[in-house]
Design a protein around this ligand. Sequence first.
Ligand code: MG
Length: 166
Amino acid sequence: MTPESIQRVGIGTDLHRLAPGRRLVLGHVVIPHDVGPVGHSDGDVVLHAIIDALAGAAALPDIGEMFPDHDPAYKDADSAVLLARALDTMTAAGYALANVDVTIHLERPKLRDYKQAIRQEVARLLGLDAEAVSIKAKTNEGVDAVGRGEAVACTAIVGLKLKGEG
Ligand code: MG
């Protein structure tokens, strides 16, 4: 793939409150922790941010329109299923995914030991080589809801090429 083959870029962000009794799932990987994201689905901020980045790049309806949080079909939904649906929509619109760059904002636990697992799993879900997926993590230096450990957030950007290009 040559750099000029990137046709569109898209950005997505997500944030969920953290509370006891919920599994902390990031990029479809379960991270042992005492709190997890509150959400209608599994609250996976990584996959939700990627879905919105895909939607943005292809100028498709956003995640809230695609998967309304009042729809019982998405109660406790596995976000990997939602991501697969969003990928199908992107493909039908004539695009193929080129790369994904993700930043996770989380105060604790430190994600150093989990980033590679998340990268491998996100690449698998997207049908990409791991080299096309970047997973970065940072704390918020104790500031705001993320910094106080009350929330987890994610920012993702994707590059799309036209389907059929190398
Ligand atoms: Mg979300």
